[in-house]
Design a protein around this ligand. Structure first.
Ligand code: SF4
Length: 414
């Protein structure tokens, strides 16, 4: 079975429980305790091989992970892995692979150039009005393609030494900053009290208009989303949350219920996915994911081309796959369901939208473009300063009649 091109079985479009699976003898009150989940993560070769048949490439990858990016999988997420299928899309995201040791010339330890945009340790200030605040280097589980694998998990050579006082002082001084994204690592691994204290300090800075939390905890560890946490978060509105999910099977009933609790406490939810080979580089998989996300009141936000992180070649899908996915969604499903496909420009250029080519021609007179069915239209350009001019748009025919080639440069210049 080709995991890339296979249609998603209908059952994957529905919500299934992770249930207790391999841990069925554990009392439910422990299973549902997020601290128990963290304490009982699978972190070793032995732990994996108790339940999975590993390939030689995976075994070698696990050994390699000891001094690169740690191995850790919560029991909840582990139950989603197919025991005998190395192509399982959940498994590819979380089980180390020997390919992580193969570096190419284009790959980098810090592909988004974050370290060179850090005015104080742990605070990345790249865009004019917002900052990324790296508050921890720990996650509930570790994604094998992590952009920050240089610091995340504590296994690699580099360490994260966030200076919270200096970071707060910088934010107080820089009145142009209106938006702070807390990330890491995963901020939701903080205790309620610690996170509350940090959010309170940030909220006390008058020019900060809103806060965001970037987290994969609702997917890896839905037990962490408790009524107490949600009530605490609610005190700090406007507070938004970007979750990170890549495959529809990650959206279990437990995850759906955790997301519902966040939404019911007024937290606007967006999702970021990374385009990954053999995980979600096909239209049926992504369509199922984005439609399920809407059912969870989560707006698909970004689909990222996988960053050029060292040792990620086996997980990177070609850019054209991402363009084809967006093309297959636009017009074919709800507009809310369509994420923006972006490449984070290597070295620190920021996110750049990459779109299918809808525009054939654009000058001062008109723009000529196609719709999702390939029908070609013309829209008269507005003549600035001439309010008396009026003209009408027209349909020019089907794709290919007059404009056989899509001019990607024209699209990008709009
Ligand atoms: S949860 Fe985010 S920060 Fe943590 S390993 Fe995954 S991608 Fe990296």
């Amino acid at each position: 079975m080709d995991p890339i091109t296979t249609e998603v079985p209908r059952i994957e479009a529905d919500f299934l429980p992770s249930a207790q699976g391999y841990w069925s003898d554990v009392p439910p009150e422990q299973w549902n305790d997020w601290k128990w989940q963290l304490k009982n993560r699978v972190t070793s070769l032995d732990g994996l091989e108790q339940h999975l048949l590993l390939t030689p490439e995976e075994r070698a990858g696990v050994i390699l992970s000891g001094n690169k990016l740690a191995l850790a999988v919560t029991p909840h997420y582990f139950n989603l892995i197919e025991r005998e299928n190395p192509g399982c899309p959940i498994r590819r995201q979380i089980i180390p692979h020997v390919g992580e040791g193969a570096f190419s010339a284009a790959e980098m330890a810090d592909p988004c150039g974050e370290d060179s945009h850090m005015p104080v340790p742990g605070l990345v200030h790249r865009y004019p009005d917002r900052v990324l605040f790296l508050v921890t280097d720990r996650c509930a589980a570790y994604c094998r393609y992590c952009t920050r694998s240089r610091v995340v998990s504590g296994a690699g050579e580099q360490e994260l030494h966030t200076d919270f006082d200096e970071a707060i002082a910088y934010l107080e001084k820089h009145t142009e900053i209106r938006d702070v994204l807390l990330s890491g690592g995963d901020p939701l691994l903080f205790s309620d009290g610690k996170l509350d204290a940090l959010l309170t300090r940030l909220r006390a800075i008058p020019h900060l208009e809103f806060l965001r939390i970037g987290t994969r905890v609702p997917i890896f560890l839905p037990q962490r989303i408790t009524p107490e946490l949600c009530r605490m978060l609610q005190k700090h509105h406007p507070l938004w949350m970007s979750i990170h999910t890549n495959h529809p099977r990650e959206l279990t009933t437990e995850v759906r219920d955790a997301l519902a609790m966040l939404a019911n406490h007024g937290v606007p939810l967006g999702n970021q996915s990374v385009l990954l080979a053999g995980v979600n580089d096909s239209l049926p998989v992504m369509k199922s994911l984005v439609q399920k996300l809407l059912r969870c009141r989560v707006r698909p936000y970004y689909l990222y081309q996988c960053d050029l992180i060292q040792g990620s070649a086996h997980l990177r899908a070609p850019v054209h796959k991402g363009i084809e996915i967006i093309e297959g969604l636009r017009g074919h499903t709800t507009g809310y369901a369509i994420p923006q496909f972006v490449i984070d420009a290597p070295g620190g250029g920021g996110k750049v939208p990459i779109n299918p080519g809808y525009v054939f021609f654009h000058d001062k007179e008109k723009v000529v473009f196609r719709n999702f069915e390939g029908r070609v239209f013309e829209y008269p350009e507005v003549q600035e300063g001439d309010s008396t001019r009026s003209s009408h748009g027209t349909e020019k025919g089907d794709l290919g009649e007059s404009f056989p080639e899509i001019l990607h440069d024209e699209v990008c210049s709009l």
